[in-house]
Design a protein around this ligand. Structure first.
Ligand code: SF4
Length: 150
């Protein structure tokens, strides 16, 4: 992780998601990588159940996608976060910055833009670091349900 200074321009507090520049949009991602975990959904209730099984493209050393540019072509069910897909963001983790802002909520204290420290994500227990397995190693997703992600 590279050092990061606290954002002097709190753009997320006065700009809408649609008004953000590409750099600002990308900066919203806290690198928790929770969205890289496989989830199961109850189609009746829309309840989301997280598993500890991560996408094979996730680089667990950096908590970044190893092929970010091509992720949606290489992984057919990878959902790109856009203004349109944030219209109903229930499928994202409740701590995801994109979901929080789409729902009119503030970023948490541990978000790197607020804390100025990328490591605050992990110190606060919001990173998935060291707690997951690759989808290549998992047989049935329903055997890997977890309760430590909200
Ligand atoms: S859940 Fe949201 S904040 Fe976390 S890595 Fe995914 S897009 Fe970024």
């Amino acid at each position: 992780m590279t050092a990061m200074t606290k954002a002097s321009d709190n753009f997320w507090q006065y700009k809408t998601l649609a008004e953000m520049s590409p750099d600002e949009w990308e900066a919203l991602c806290d690198r928790c990588a929770k969205c890289c975990l496989h989830r199961l959904e109850d189609e009746d209730t829309r309840e989301i159940y997280f598993t500890n099984v991560h996408c094979r493209l996730l680089d667990t050393a950096t908590s970044r996608c190893s092929d970010y540019e091509n992720r949606s072509t290489r992984v057919s069910d990878c959902v790109t976060i856009t203004i349109d897909t944030l219209d109903d963001p229930y499928w994202l983790p409740s701590t995801c910055a994109y979901r929080l802002l789409a729902e009119g909520k503030p970023l948490p204290d541990w978000h790197p833009l607020v804390s100025g420290d990328p490591e605050s994500v992990y110190r606060s227990g919001n990173g998935i670091h060291g707690r997951t397995i690759c989808e290549d190693e998992a047989d049935r997703l329903d055997c890997h349900l977890i309760d430590w992600i909200k």
